[in-house]
Write a protein that binds this ligand. Structure first.
Ligand SMILES: [Zn+2]
Ligand SMILES: [Zn+2]
Length: 171
């Protein structure tokens, strides 16, 4: 049985400062479905909303749960440099850092936007896109800041499959 979830976005996709009202339902529903160990991993571009004191307060009220303070660091050309800096500054308080790739050749649009991001694949060499994707995955891993990579298979979100064996590109 699944007992942990280390990929959650309490803020959704905007800055919503952490409060007990925002975080409490996550603890309640974790308990309800039998999770004992959860991590909050909002995207690094919303780091302004993350409040470690609020996470501490939530821990005090939910001593039966392991609640980890985390973040998802992706490769957003506009924000992730600041995100990396924030992670370094708060390293001592972070229990868990997810790493992910949401951007390919376009700086202004996540490739996994549905449906708009599908345009980034149209008429392109899919193998080349896969190679580029895994190069970017390695870059995120090479920051040395991430504990785990998220949704490694996100590249297939629009249904494109590589023509070659991908294991060589993963090395
Ligand atoms: Zn995520
Ligand atoms: Zn992600």
């Amino acid at each position: 049985m699944l007992f942990s979830d280390y990929h959650t976005h309490p803020q959704g996709h905007r800055v919503q400062p952490y409060t007990q009202e925002l975080l409490g339902p996550w603890a309640d529903s974790a308990r309800k479905i039998g999770l004992r160990d959860i991590a909050f991993t909002d995207h690094d571009r919303y780091h302004a909303g993350i409040d470690f004191d609020e996470i501490d307060r939530l821990r005090e009220k939910n001593f039966d749960l392991k609640i980890r303070a985390g973040v998802e660091l992706d490769n957003d050309p506009g924000h992730s440099a600041a995100g990396r800096k924030w992670i370094e500054q708060h390293w001592g308080k972070l229990d868990f850092v997810l790493g992910s790739v949401h951007f390919l050749c376009r700086d202004d649009q996540m490739f996994d936007s549905v449906p708009a991001g599908a345009e980034q694949f149209e008429g392109r060499d899919i193998d080349a896109i896969y190679i580029d994707y895994f190069r970017r995955v390695r870059e995120v891993a090479a920051t040395g800041l991430v504990d785990c990579l998220a949704h490694l298979d996100l590249i297939k979100i629009h249904g494109h499959r590589p023509n070659a064996e991908i294991h060589r590109w993963l090395a």
